[in-house]
Design a protein around this ligand. Sequence first.
Ligand code: UD1
Length: 452
Amino acid sequence: MTVNDVLTVHGGTPLHGRIRVRGAKNLVSKAMVAALLGDAPSRLYDVPRIRDVEVVRGLLELHGVRVSDGAEDGELVLDPANVESATTDEINVHAGSSRIPILFCGPLLHRLGHAFIPDLGGCHIGPRPIDFHIQALRQFGAVVDKAPEGMHLTAPTGLHGTKLELPFPSVGATEQVLLTAVLAEGVTELRNAAVEPEIIDLICVLQKMGAIIKVHTDRVIEIQGVPRLGGYTHRPIPDRIEAASWAAAALATGGDIEVYGAEQVDMMTFLNVFRSVGGAYEVTDMRPPREGSAGTEGKIRFWHPGGELQAVALETDVHPGFMTDWQQPLVVALTQARGLSIVHETVYEQRLGYTEALNSMGATIQVYRDCLGGTPCRFGRRDFKHSAVIAGPSKLHAADLVIPDLRAGFSHLIAALAAEGTSRVYGVDLINRGYEDFEAKLAALGAHAERA
Ligand code: UD1
């Protein structure tokens, strides 16, 4: 953390105004990796300027992919004509910065016959193992050697389609299987797959490249390997995590924010909870251009309609459940709701640590090892504090806060904006990993915040 990595936030002002979200971070970075699989250039639109994108771009360039900016703002052209090996030292520059490099395994094995993956980073929200990834790669025929500096992979007899069942519908492991199976010889059947909208959008990208992928009911995905893939041209789904974060900020500060680019279909579960808490929203659908009239961009307006917010019970879950990344920003709004709210986190075992910071600001949040409010999950028997009870409403006051991870970081920021007084938020650069231009957006919404 640098001395400049601090935001001074003068809270207590409702956020008002309009901002825009671009392509989903959790799709864009994967679509960029997919470009490695093609034998022709790909074109991706609406790419946000965030650190995860820079990390993937750096890794692609190291492996000979030419990445250039297109004519449109946010357009990237990725040309994989000269894919080549990179040295371990060069790759290690990216160690610890993101979890996306693990998804380079399959594409690099297909293109080069070998791969080196640096030690991963990403948010510190529990142990975040990669056992599902390694197990899957081995089933495809990869030989995986773990070394202190990272992971070396080879595929002496090529990669072959296989039958897999994930112990949990992991987003990353599902993407690993997709990115490996599309060029593997034969058919792959994946059971207990994740079916998040970002995964379906990645399947659309791969299909545009020439892949044959069937999404069956009950989390079964079947991939028929093909001998070659071409490039793609793709406009990603919007970032539903960022949209929900700004929605939570509107509710927690008593404000009114129009989120341009946000789409209803992938946010339905969030919208139900938002309404149950007492938030108001209005969806304006995108209108395509017609002869003689320009089109309009879709948006969702989120606001606090006045009066009291109500406590809710919610459980995070894989899609179509309530996303784990929506949980932290919304909990800040729940500190303002009357009664006892319950949050049962079933995706990550340690994603409630940030509530301590909210308590230091005057919130009343207790965390429990039990599975509260919903069906028992895999963490209940394993002694993890993964349920929270939030008693409200509580008046939040300013505090000095240190940002622990990306989504919790945004919740700290919202809390500081909702609190009376001047807070200092340390480590805000972490927010740039997933929120494009967040400081400019805060300014556009009338927040009083400045560096240091
Ligand atoms: C992705 C998202 C993240 C989101 C998460 C769940 C990206 C870049 N990140 O993360 O924002 O919160 O999905 O929607 O897309 N697990 C294992 N072994 C493995 C892999 C996962 O035990 O090999 C466990 C994890 O520890 C976790 C659960 O499975 O408890 C879900 O993780 P996963 O869906 O893989 O998350 P990511 O893909 O890392």
